[in-house]
Ligand binder design. Structure first.
Ligand SMILES: [Ca+2]
Ligand SMILES: [Ca+2]
Ligand SMILES: [Ca+2]
Length: 570
């Protein structure tokens, strides 16, 4: 085993000569603050670990041949659709865990998907493609240790550093925009290695955030990342933060239990944790690990769906300036109220009014033995009269709920009647908070139109070639001024994908004959399946999208090429 390790180290040293050290301006930066604002992410742990029967990094990787990796029904679209359904906005793909096994075919090792039971499945690509399809951001987990190729440790080992850089070059070049590289187990490397890896990542995608999961390298991390078991961000936290955890008991990856475990199996518990971390300026990323077949279990899907049903409701407290009051209202406080606050009035005709944009709204009140009756109006029309009497106190009572409003701006109004039912000892009514919701998360069913599709009209000189890294293995390109490609579709949203590289030039993108943007496809290093244009607010009906070659370029580019890889619409 040691010999095998050493021979790979040798080839790694040779390969390191081809490293990339250039700077690429990106147009789609994400800042640490924006990362935190994403709020809720999916961190599905899946890879060789799923098939070893051991928790994560346990055991000697030499005992785990690559052929153990054998999904029968792999479906990254299922994972990402479930993430969207849960209200998540990004996915962290586990490209390489501590065993050192690569979930893509790396040119720098054979301990990867190439020698697995599914050599043609690129797990990283499948997740990246699904994220593009469903509109989620894409990040990559890369364990900083590597117990297969470097069983004696990676600390201070320059051959390892070069090997890691080469693998990172592949990950940052072939899968489009990567918002973050999540280096786990960073205590395995020293500070100089961490600095080199960070510089390398940013030399390829300058706006990719770099995280080191390891307290002694926290200062070097763009976002402070913590496992939930290691503690929460403090109250008043102002450091960009991500908390991460698994919803299964045994480990981050599937081991032998395909069901989420208590307390996380409760959708309200998990949704409340998301809100808890978001209030502390932290995003929350969770694993619901796919099983050995390559899919998330039904129990996992159900939990994710139910979390999404809760998170689609956003809270507006009674003290929010967005709520306007008329008449006399008294402030109340009790830790059982949302934000510990409530307002109460018994004055007939007094009202509280709230304007929101969405498809659903709820009014949350407190019932007790001394509360009375109020009316509820939506957009000026009385929709309900609510009796808030109860023989004993009830917090979080939903006095009114609708989920069937048109997706536009509405007003809900609570009007005090000064009346009560005979059992009640008073006429006062309580407003704790309003909740409003947007349309239920829906899996976007985009239709993909590859560049080879006969329905695309090409004018002028275009080349149509095979290229393995492009969508469906094809790409079309031109450097002829005013050459164009045009496609007609029916729908409300359209995206256009290109590639970027050292010879990339500029092209115009038109929708319905109106210039939308001029796209500069230059990048110092090759980037494939790059989203060049995204418009999602079209009126329902027929539209056209057109790419027109400018034959202009920025000063760094060595050519004028415009590429069309594919179009998607819905
Ligand atoms: Ca390989
Ligand atoms: Ca409140
Ligand atoms: Ca293509």
């Amino acid at each position: 085993m040691r010999k095998k390790g050493l021979s790979i180290v040798g080839s790694v040293l040779l390969a390191s000569v081809i490293s990339v050290s250039v700077c690429t301006p990106s147009t789609q930066a994400i800042t640490p603050d924006e990362y935190v604002q994403l709020g809720f992410g999916f961190f599905p742990h899946y890879g060789l670990n799923t098939y070893t029967g051991t928790a994560g990094g346990d055991g000697n990787p030499q005992n785990f041949p690559s052929t153990l990796f054998a999904p029968t029904d792999f479906d990254a679209n299922q994972w990402v659709a479930a993430a969207k359904d849960a209200g998540m906005d990004y996915v962290i793909a586990v490209a390489k865990h501590r065993y050192g096994w690569a979930a893509w075919d790396s040119a720098y090792t054979t301990y990867d998907i190439e020698t697995s039971s599914t050599p043609n499945l690129d797990v990283v690509k499948a997740i990246a493609d699904a994220c593009a399809e469903y509109g989620l951001k894409f990040a990559i987990y890369f364990n900083a240790d590597d117990r297969y190729h470097y069983p004696n440790g990676v600390m201070g080992n320059s051959a390892y550093t070069d090997f890691a850089k080469n693998e990172l070059t592949e990950l940052l070049t072939n899968y489009g925009e990567v918002i973050a590289i999540w280096f786990d187990h960073a205590k395995a490397i020293n500070n100089a290695q961490a600095a080199q890896l960070e510089a390398h990542v940013k030399s390829i995608q300058p706006n990719t955030l770099v995280f080191f999961h390891d307290d002694d390298k926290a200062a070097d991390s763009d976002v402070h990342v913590t496992e939930l078991v290691n503690g929460d961000p403090p109250v008043g936290n102002a450091t960009p933060w991500e908390e991460a955890w698994t919803l299964y008991t045994d480990y981050w990856s599937y081991t032998n239990n395909e069901s989420p475990a208590a307390p996380w199996s409760s959708a309200s518990y998990t949704a409340n944790k998301v809100r808890y971390y978001n209030k502390r300026y932290a995003s929350f990323a969770v694993s619901v690990p796919p099983g050995p077949n390559g899919k998330i279990s039904q129990a996992g899907l159900d939990l994710m769906h139910n979390i999404g049903q809760i998170l689609r409701w956003k809270q507006t407290d009674d003290r929010s300036p967005l709520v306007t009051y008329s008449g006399t209202w008294a402030d109340q406080s009790n830790t059982s109220y949302f934000k510990s606050t409530d307002r109460n009035s018994s004055q007939a005709g007094a009202y509280a009014e709230y304007t929101f944009t969405g498809t659903g709204v709820r009014l949350i009140t407190k019932k007790n033995s001394s509360t009375g009756i109020f009316d509820i109006y939506i957009d000026g029309t009385k929709v309900s009269t609510y009796d808030s009497y109860a023989s004993s106190g009830v917090f979080d009572a939903i006095a009114y709920e609708t989920t069937s409003l048109a997706n536009t701006t509405h007003t809900i109004k609570m009007v005090v009647t000064g009346t009560k039912n005979p059992n009640s000892t008073g006429t006062g009514v309580n407003l704790d908070l309003f909740e409003y919701s947007v349309s239920p998360a829906q899996a976007q069913t985009d239709t993909i139109v590859d560049d080879t599709n006969a329905a695309i009209t090409y004018s002028g000189t275009w080349n149509h070639i095979s290229r393995a890294a492009s969508y469906d293995g094809t790409i079309s390109y031109s450097s002829t001024q005013d050459a164009y490609a045009e496609y007609a579709f029916s729908g409300t949203g359209v995206k256009l994908y290109t590639q970027k590289g050292a010879g990339g030039g500029k092209f115009d993108i038109y929708v319905d004959g109106v210039l939308q943007t001029t796209y500069d496809s230059y990048a110092a290093s090759q980037q494939n399946k790059v989203l060049a244009f995204n418009k999602q607010d079209l009126a329902p009906g027929n539209h056209t999208i057109k790419v027109v070659v400018k034959h202009t370029k920025n000063a760094n580019s060595n050519n004028y090429f415009a590429h069309l890889d594919y179009i998607s619409f819905h």
